[in-house]
Design a binder for this molecule. Structure first.
Ligand code: ADP
Ligand code: ZN
Ligand code: ZN
Length: 816
């Protein structure tokens, strides 16, 4: 009698594998538990059981599992079904999905490298014998492979010990980039103990009778203590008492108060008392309409202008779902946005919110996973970026997808190359839950689904508090250059507008699209531009580090002092990025504080947070940034938004470039004038008559939609055609060329639908590999599943040809 378990391995393998288990194991095992299994020559992986059966495999002899790693399933059946769908739809393996979905601490394998955590002192008395041996070994060697541990303990079954140690925090995985960030601390204040007695206090107040501010501070301190019964922060006390920091300082100097610091928890689980709010009339109408539309449709779009208070509508909707005991998933396109949202939501819901994204450590992610798995009260609402979709929800009632138009919802590399919005809609269907998409500038795909009646639509056309939408002004760059009204990249009109806002104590945002505008160095004598030796791109100039760097492979050199081609020393920097704008601003406004927000200034766990905080606290007057700024951030005091150059957004060789340019400009513009002060948006462009610019100026989403949908139809693009893009890579130029031609020919012959290529992309070599792409356009009338099956089959035939085997092929479905 034999018993088997079918498992998924965390590898890009197209099938599942059968392993043998004992009768007792068979009885104990459940779908969704992890098992350690041997695979290949002598590797061990953490596999996922997805089926139990009695069917001996025909083609190979089933190996035995090493052991079962869980007492209860850590993955549920909703997930397994969903992952199968993701693998099938996005044409990858379920192993790819499994690997992406689980926090890496759940996926030990023999090759995993483990290390002792820094700054954690393990008490050896608390460790069991085998744990102690591992711990000791790690004192001698900074890191060990799981294989080494097997040797140390003299057994193969080491995953359980390691899992225990990971849970106790006495081990970490080396792959984790352990960032040296300063945890956020808050300054608190307390009365020195001797003043706690009644008579001492009266004496103290008596003593302070000549310092009314200090006296008031002490009184307020008592008031706060009595009402809130929790530590009193200096900030709060200063706020409430109206006394200044100086008064606090004198009291500390007099040893009446003492200051102390507490770590702010990574999520502030505190419900604040004044977090209640009522919806405005238009918001209330929108909320009712959403609920009505959910009666008929499970997906609805909230199309609300910037600062209409979409978040408030979500909050009230979410409340109803958690009150009925359901779980809620709130997806955001960008980690940067979680910070503002988490504090807004925790203030309202308190201790029911969990956050999940890649900047969290493995332990933090495992913790959230467990909470969701247990349907815990602490994770009723999960806020996350796309991967939060893979958490073990069992009772999902609502998914909110904010800024649904953002392309960051699509994962590019590695597989699974899924779109979180689309995958979320499928997940919701399995749970019979609802999906609310929200945006001021919906994606064409979503709006098309609205128009065809598939999704519901709710409009919110005015800003909260009747704040007016900003007024848009165009600056014609051609004219300005001709009339010599430019200073660097700033027109006189823009400079004037900035000065005016600053003089009123208001803040300014300047937007510089990064794409296609990386600065580079050029020789003025021979025109030579330093190139990356591994990639088909010029090196980007970084003024701050005085370096040239490749964006694609990280190659870097010191900024050359002379041209490598002709030895001339006449070199100049070209192009303009955020860094250059920042430098120019410092010259234009030397006495102002200027901040910059882009990929380079926001590294590290609290990178974004620091800049956002500083800007909100008005420590920064002008903030220069890239796309990141376009996201749903809210700053009260910004009245002017400048778009440095609209044209580079319009001129991208991409069928979505116009839609994106519109979205980006509308979104950045939406940062202006979000409170009483009416905002201004100034767009510098060479094409003031461009349709997209006109549509931005007149806030004409529908006009943009109609025109773009018409183009998409004519040129065979989504939503009328589905796209599958194949990317082929190889170090040998000729072999790649030949291989992609073969692929193209076979696809064309077998599919009878438009196949384009093989194309040499704009950047045709990265890390010494040449690249070719093939684009397949699948019309709505073709059967999507069958077409993909065919593509897969052709892919397998391709792999079977010996001379092409080394060519890497990746597949991207619904290429964004
Ligand atoms: P959106 O996400 O639509 O751009 P927000 O949700 O950021 O807009 O709202 C804009 C501003 O208006 C925020 O400061 C928010 O706190 C405030 N606001 C919106 N609705 C309300 C409300 N009903 N009560 C109080 N403040 C609100
Ligand atoms: Zn030269
Ligand atoms: Zn490179």
């Amino acid at each position: 009698m034999s018993y088997f378990v079918e498992v998924v391995l965390p590898l890009a393998l197209d099938k599942t594998f059968t392993y043998q288990v004992s009768e007792a194991e068979y009885a104990f095992l459940k779908k969704g538990m992890r098992v350690a299994v041997p695979f290949g020559k002598n590797k061990i992986y953490t596999a996922l059981a997805i089926e139990l059966h009695r069917n001996e495999p025909l083609l190979y002899k089933a190996k035995e599992i090493h052991q079962i790693l869980d007492e209860v399933p850590v993955v549920n059946e909703f997930q397994i079904e969903h992952w199968k769908w993701v693998a099938d739809y996005y044409m990858c393996s379920i192993g790819d999905v499994y690997k992406t979905a689980l926090p890496s601490g759940f996926l030990l394998e023999s090759e995993t490298i483990i290390a002792a955590p820094q700054d954690v002192y393990a008490d050896s008395k608390e460790l069991e014998d085998d744990e102690f041996l591992i711990w000791q070994a790690l004192q001698q060697q900074s890191s060990l492979k799981v294989e080494d541990i097997m040797a140390i303990l003299g057994k193969k079954n080491v995953f359980p010990v390691l899992n225990r140690m990971l849970a106790k925090n006495v081990l970490t995985l080396q792959e984790e980039v352990i960032e040296k960030y300063k945890p956020k601390v808050t300054k608190y204040i307390r009365l020195q103990p001797e003043f706690l007695q009644q008579e001492q206090l009266s004496e103290l107040l008596e003593l302070l009778s000549r310092a009314p501010k200090q006296r008031e501070l002490v009184l307020q301190y008592f008031q706060l203590q009595a009402t809130e019964k929790k530590p009193v922060s200096v900030k709060k006390l200063v706020e409430i008492s109206g006394a200044g920091q100086a008064a606090v300082k004198s009291l500390v100097d007099k040893a009446v108060f003492e200051e102390y610091y507490l770590l702010e928890d990574r999520v502030r689980f505190e419900k604040s008392e004044d977090s209640g709010f009522a919806l405005s009339a238009p918001q209330q109408i929108a909320l009712n309409e959403i609920k009505d539309s959910f009666e008929k449709q499970s997906v609805s779009l909230l199309h609300g202008v910037t600062a209409s208070g979409k978040t408030e509508v979500y909050i009230k909707l979410i409340e109803e779902y958690i009150q009925s005991g359901k779980q809620v998933l709130y997806l955001l396109p960008e980690i940067a946005l979680t910070v503002q949202l988490v504090s807004r939501l925790t203030a309202y819901f308190g201790n029911q919110i969990a956050v999940y994204h890649s900047k969290y450590t493995n332990n933090e992610r495992v913790e959230v996973w467990q909470q969701v798995l247990q349907n815990s009260e602490k994770a009723k609402i999960v806020i996350g970026v796309r991967s939060a979709l893979f958490l073990p929800f069992s009772n999902l009632g609502l998914i909110v997808i904010d800024e649904e138009h953002e392309q960051t919802f699509k994962q590019f590399d590695p597989a699974p190359r899924y779109h979180a919005r689309d995958a979320a809609i499928v997940l919701a269907a399995a749970h019979r839950s609802k999906v609310l998409l929200g945006s001021a500038t919906p994606s064409l795909e979503t709006y098309y689904n609205v128009q065809s009646g598939k999704y519901g639509l709710i409009n919110l056309t005015e800003r909260y508090g009747k704040v007016l939408l900003p007024e848009v002004f165009l600056v014609d760059l051609k004219d300005k250059y001709k009339r010599k009204r430019m200073k660097g990249h700033f027109s006189d009109t823009l400079i004037e507008a900035i000065s005016e806002s600053l003089s009123l104590g208001e803040q300014v945002i300047l937007f510089q699209n990064r794409r296609g505008y990386s600065p580079f160095v050029e020789c003025m004598t021979c025109g030579h531009v330093p190139q990356c030796p591994n990639c088909d791109v010029s090196l980007t100039y970084y003024k701050y580090k005085n370096q040239l760097r490749c964006h694609y492979c990280g190659y870097s050199i010191a900024n050359p002092t002379h041209c490598h081609a002709c030895q001339s020393v006449d070199l100049s920097t070209k192009g303009f990025g955020t860094e250059q704008i920042e430098m120019e601003l410092r010259e234009l406004f030397p006495e102002k504080n200027i901040g910059r927000m882009d990929q380079d200034t926001t590294r590290g766990k609290y990178g974004y947070e620091k800049i956002i905080d500083a800007f909100r606290e008005q420590e920064i007057d002008i903030l220069v940034g890239t796309q990141m700024l376009a996201k749903g951030l809210h700053f009260d005091n910004v009245t002017l938004v400048g778009i440095m150059n609209a044209d580079n957004m319009l001129n991208q060789p991409d069928f979505r470039s116009h839609e994106r340019a519109f979205q980006m400009m509308m979104q950045v513009a939406g940062r202006a004038g979000r409170s009483e002060k009416k905002g201004k948006v100034m767009i510098q462009t060479y094409n003031p008559y461009h349709n997209i610019i006109r549509q931005v100026t007149s806030n004409d989403y529908i006009g943009m939609y109609k025109e773009q949908v018409y183009e998409r139809h004519n040129f065979k693009y989504p939503p009328f055609y589905r796209l599958v893009k194949l990317t082929l890579k190889h170090r040998d130029f000729d072999k790649l060329k030949e291989g992609s031609m073969w692929m193209y020919n076979v696809l064309t012959q077998s599919l009878q639908i438009p196949v384009l290529g093989p194309e040499e992309p704009a950047i045709s070599r990265i890390r010494n590999e040449y690249i070719r792409t093939i684009l397949i356009k699948i019309p709505q009338k073709s059967h999507l599943g069958n077409t993909k099956k065919m593509i897969r089959k052709i892919g397998s035939s391709f792999e079977a040809i010996p001379q092409y085997r080394a060519i890497k092929v990746s597949v991207n479905v619904d290429n964004y």
